[in-house]
Design a protein around this ligand. Structure first.
Ligand SMILES: [Mg+2]
Length: 213
């Protein structure tokens, strides 16, 4: 059976890593207090090189946007942390014969740097990053490519684990996958069909999937 996982705030604590990085960056440039929230607000959902063209301007930085992006990629990858127990859970799934994939929206360099820094990368049979394949979740093409990169087919049955109701859950449901929503204390989005299961984190989702086979 194939299991696809979102990366940010599903396998790794992206929010915590971003805040850590922003705090250190603001200190290193001696920026005012408001700068930290300006950075976090801009990069909350996703970060691309173009965001640093904007931030450079509004924060009045002299660094080149390309240098800022590289500083961000290195810093965020260094501070990326996998949620407790998730690595062991993924290893257990692999040992039981599951095929594991990452299905993530974002730029290839930052997403792969985080997978490398946390040591999670080698656990997956395939890693699908929207910036590398030109299709973002919730597009069917993204899920299809993720399965193909794992050497699998969606039609053989698959799960998707993720924290976004719109991109992860609705995209996967339409693509015919079973869905496990990492709620993180949030309420479900009104108007969307509900996920198959609601879990507190990826580790609980792994337990549900193992029990469902
Ligand atoms: Mg996410």
């Amino acid at each position: 059976m194939l299991a696809l996982f979102d990366l940010d705030n599903t396998l790794i604590d992206r929010s915590g890593g971003l805040e850590n990085w922003a705090r250190g960056f603001v200190r290193s440039r001696r920026l005012g207090e408001a700068a930290e929230s300006v950075i976090c607000e801009r990069l909350r959902d996703r970060a691309y090189p173009a965001d640093f063209v904007h931030l450079r301007e509004v924060l009045g930085l002299s660094d080149g946007p390309g240098d800022l992006w590289r500083e961000y990629v290195d810093g965020v990858a260094r501070s990326a942390r996998c949620f407790p127990g998730v690595r062991e859970g993924l290893e257990a799934l692999r040992d039981e014969g599951w095929t594991l994939g990452v299905a993530t929206n974002g730029a290839g360099d930052i997403q792969r740097a985080k997978l490398a820094a946390t040591g999670l990368g080698p656990l997956f049979h395939g890693i699908c990053v929207s910036g590398e394949i030109g299709a973002r979740k919730p597009a069917y093409a993204h899920f299809e490519a993720a399965a193909a990169l794992c050497g699998a087919r969606l039609s053989a049955g698959a799960w998707m684990v993720g924290d976004s109701p719109e991109t992860d859950m609705e995209g996967a449901r339409v693509a015919g996958l079973r869905t496990a929503w990492v709620a993180g204390g949030r309420a479900w989005t009104d108007g969307l069909p509900e996920p198959d299961v609601v879990v507190s984190g990826a580790l609980e989702a792994i337990g549900v999937m193992r029990a469902a086979v």
